[in-house]
Design a protein around this ligand. Sequence first.
Ligand code: NOJ
Length: 579
Amino acid sequence: MSEQTSWIKQTSATHVGHGGQEWWRTSAVYQVYPRSWADSNGDGVGDLPGITAKLPYLRDLGVDALWISPFYTSPMADAGYDVADYRDIDPLFGTLADADKLIARAHELDLRVIVDLVPNHSSDEHEWFKAALAAGPGSPERERYLFRDGKGENGELPPNDWQAIFGGNAWTRVSDADGNPEQWYLHLFDPKQPDFNWNNPEVRDEFVSILTFWLDRGVDGFRVDVAHSLIKADGLPDHAAHAQMAGTGDASHDNGGPMWDQEGVHEIYRAWRELLDSYNPRDADGYDSAADRAMCAEAWVSPPERLARYVRPDEFHQAFNFAFLETPWRAADLHESITSSYRSNDSVGAPTTWVLSNHDVVRHATRLALPVGQPRPNGIRAEDPQPDAALGLRRALAATALELALPGGAYLYQGEELGLPDHTTMPDEARQDPTWERSEHTEAGRDGCRVPMPWVKDAPSFGFGPSEATWLPQPEVYGDLAVDQQDGVAGSTLEFYRRMLRERHARELGSGSLTWVEGAGDDDVVAFVNSRDGHEDLWVVTNFGEPVALPDDTFVVLSSGDADSLTVERDVTVWFTRA
Ligand code: NOJ
């Protein structure tokens, strides 16, 4: 046991609670990946009626809102992040009437609904893109996307050197009606996801209209896909040349790329913020912040100071804190990550969000079992070394207990409350993420974290739907982790999540101030106090090293390890109060 003498709360807080009552400052939001949450009709793909039927589960879990990944009309080349009609629901998921029912039912249960907006690109099957192809070079229809002539004698070379995120070139050449090759169009992701031209006012107007369409249907907010990519550097310069100009010398550094984090994106979000604010009711008693509509940026931007520019008071309400998700499982790194997150967000008065898993990354119950400090893999294959599931779960629970005690907002990803690992032995033939093909099988991609939810162990598709069908195969181990195996079972991961969310809510942890604690053992702990007016201080410690003794006057609120012990073992988080 490491020598522990005292637990000393520092004299000044690192983060002072904002005091604002807006729900988005403190909310716990649960991400539903609609393909994989609940299938009502047995076709193997989840759907909106499935989600609606299971909403009471979210109410009981204790979250404040759900964010639903795209459910719009789509050829599903990127699981719905390739939208063909922003104002309709794909038949795979249901109808607009189903969406209305879902929103109404969620509100009855006091759950807010956040929908996913994909403004960087549409599907190549969107009416606008089809019209652009038909209308030909120089037409106003082409001006809605990023068409360019090719380089080389006959335009046979792409307009610049950009590579697509999923692999291969970021440009695809089209042919005219007679089959003769002509212009190229830009797609930062898949060729089936052409990028919009956000310098065209028509595109801007269209998205204001789309936002209005969903706001009028009663949604509480938007999660905005690749919010940092809408504007590209003038003239679409080569990536390598731009990186050198920017002085980074590193063409692979995201922010250094001419397609990311350009100044011009911010005026787009200012306009959207004005629109959202116009929906926030004001009455004789003043502004009703509980009814706020809010938007969260998915922007893989670093360092945190750059990201904070997206959450200035007249832009986004929140941005995902991916720096936290990427932080190695080490005390010093987490301490620094939390400190810098608060520093940057507090400087603009925005809440910090905390996120550990989503549909794009290896789940944290698997990721945290990988060697610490190594880059995060894009999926794990059967032939890769298999992570230690018990270690991964132990660390995942400790990480989540740390996350949910931090002031600010939290994002949870479906199934993490069951301790689901990634499917790390999925047969390659089953893979659907375009990354797998586009990377020429060098990257497994994201299917492992997108596997359908297990609800009932002894049922077809583990209760995901009424049939055996599942669009991705479920691993055997999901049976024992199914909801019915954990519901009401003391010590289960599900009950632990419910407990954490209940305590977080009752103690109003999201609105607290954070003060670091010193002397709690050695450099291998992260320890802080979350304080709120009218509540007792909550002490939180996560241990990364030798066992640490808690102070003598401790009352344990909850522990990701043994709640009866006054010793904190390695990879355990404890919440406690003191006499
Ligand atoms: C981010 C989304 O989360 C991801 O799933 C998608 O593939 C890309 N954006 C492209 O839309």
